[in-house]
Design a protein around this ligand. Structure first.
Ligand code: PGA
Length: 239
């Protein structure tokens, strides 16, 4: 299976920057037959990025959606609106939404279900905080978060293991720890077909090779290092 290299651009950049970054990635993607690329720009940049990617093998994802299909939800965006814009993927359960926007497991579960129903492939993020890790609660936290998948047997989705303490910090778990946790997730996410499991948190061109070399790692979810096309493409080249 091709390794999946997903860029989460978060809330960064202008429309013009998004367009030129997408063009550079579209160009670079042609030479990368061994990996599958996905980019997740901010919502207002999705349309321009979709045009810039054109027929490139790099695909489009969003960073969030709401669970309702339509109605009086000021400021929200439905899964089918994302499909309309050309999105194939949507990131859900990211730690920044769990911890900064107060999204609960219950809300994330509903979002996962409606994204799948609309035909999007969720990139479902799970991971423990530094305090939870120190307290020996990593597995309990992951089991609680993975319960969001209980109603999604048979649905196409991706799991991203993103330890919160590794996101944007430059800290990365030992490769052996990543492998152990991916194995734990694989044994406890009972969805069939088995979802790909990605690692995310301070992935760079320097550490991507060692992480992607593990058969238990199906790809990476990249934040900061996905903003420079050259660094994103060299992470992809390591896959
Ligand atoms: P980072 O972010 O690569 O900047 O650590 C990863 C993520 O939040 O998906």
């Amino acid at each position: 299976m091709h390794k999946l290299i997903i860029g989460n651009w978060k809330m960064n950049g202008t429309l013009a920057e998004a367009e030129s970054r997408a063009r550079a990635i579209a160009d670079g993607a042609k030479a990368l037959a061994k990996v599958a690329l996905v980019v997740c720009p901010p919502l207002p940049h999705l349309d321009v990025v979709a045009q810039a990617l054109g027929e490139s093998p790099a695909l489009l994802g969003a960073q969030n959606c709401y669970f309702a299909e339509k109605g009086a939800y000021t400021g929200e965006v439905s899964p089918s609106m994302l499909v309309d814009l050309g999105c194939r993927y949507v990131i859900l359960g990211h730690s920044e939404r769990r911890h900064q926007m107060g999204e609960t497991d219950e809300v994330i579960t509903k979002k996962l279900e409606s994204a799948c129903a609309a035909g999007l492939i969720p990139i479902f993020c799970v991971g423990e905080t530094g305090a939870e890790r120190k307290a020996g609660q990593t597995e309990a936290v992951l089991l609680r978060q993975l319960k969001s998948l209980d109603g999604l047997r048979g649905k196409k989705l991706i799991i991203a293991y993103e330890p919160v303490w590794a996101i944007g910090t430059g800290l990365v778990p030992e490769v052996a720890d990543i492998v152990a946790i991916h194995t734990f997730i694989r044994n406890n996410a009972m969805n069939l077909p088995q979802p790909p499991i990605l690692y995310g948190g301070s992935v760079t061109a320097a550490n991507a090779g060692a992480i992607l070399a593990q058969s238990e790692v199906d790809g990476v979810l990249v934040g900061g290092a996905s903003l420079e096309p050259a660094s994103f493409l060299s992470i992809a080249a390591a896959g």
